[in-house]
Ligand binder design. Structure first.
Ligand code: CA
Length: 220
């Protein structure tokens, strides 16, 4: 059977019977709704799934590439053990002030290290500083044109068995429309195609929210 088409009614039901969103995340989501770029917010059941994965693999050291108002970094930080770390990358020093405020309120601000700079620079400096193969988990949700670059660097930073999660890989369905030649759509298509043939990873693309790719780094 194909994946179910989630009607609004069924989606509401799914949330009713499975969502366990802490109040602080619900509040952050509500505040983010007021932001002009609110559609960049991840879905709550997606956040819960990411927290599940973080717990499942016993992650301690993680990357958050594309912070926005900080939902993904917060949901991951809440799932990490007390000595867990999130290196959070974003270029926007303004919107991430909202993020910092919620991280403080949630009591996990000390786990999250915000780096305001192009993420490629931050990732390159981590590699230069000898942090290759020290990360357990990475979430990529930033500018789509750099997805392959983020992927290559994240793969170097992840330990064997580490997990990479990538957002928006179905891009509202636009990736399957050949008439759509938008640069970002093309970038996501190239990304998806590249990963399908990449033997360095174990791959799964799941149609949750806007499409989520899971890539587990294989032992080399
Ligand atoms: Ca996204």
């Amino acid at each position: 059977m194909k994946s179910l088409n989630l009607t609004p009614q069924l989606y509401e039901y799914l949330q009713q019977v499975s969502l366990r969103e802490p109040d602080i995340l619900t509040e952050l989501r509500a505040e983010t709704t007021q932001h002009p770029m609110a559609r960049m917010q991840i879905a709550p059941e997606q956040g819960q799934f990411m927290a599940f994965l973080v717990e499942l693999i016993g992650a301690k050291k993680t990357l958050d590439i594309g912070v926005f108002t900080g939902y993904s970094a917060l949901v991951v930080a809440l799932a990490l053990p007390p000595d867990g770390v999130v290196i959070a990358c974003d270029t926007d020093g303004e919107v991430t002030q909202i993020a910092s405020r919620y991280w403080q309120a949630a009591g996990v601000a000390e786990k999250i290290h915000l780096r305001i700079a192009p993420a490629l620079e931050t990732l390159d400096s981590l590699l230069t500083m000898g942090q290759r193969e020290t990360f357990d988990f990475a979430f990529i949700d930033a500018d789509k044109r750099n997805y392959l670059e983020y992927y290559e660097r994240s793969l170097q930073l992840l330990r064997p068995g580490g997990l990479l999660v990538v957002d928006n890989v179905l891009w509202s369905g636009r990736v399957a429309d050949p008439a759509d030649q938008d640069a970002r759509t093309e970038a996501i298509r190239r990304f998806n195609q590249q990963l399908q043939g990449d033997e360095r990873i174990t791959l799964s693309l799941i149609p949750v929210a806007d499409g989520l790719t899971l890539a587990r780094k294989r032992d080399s």
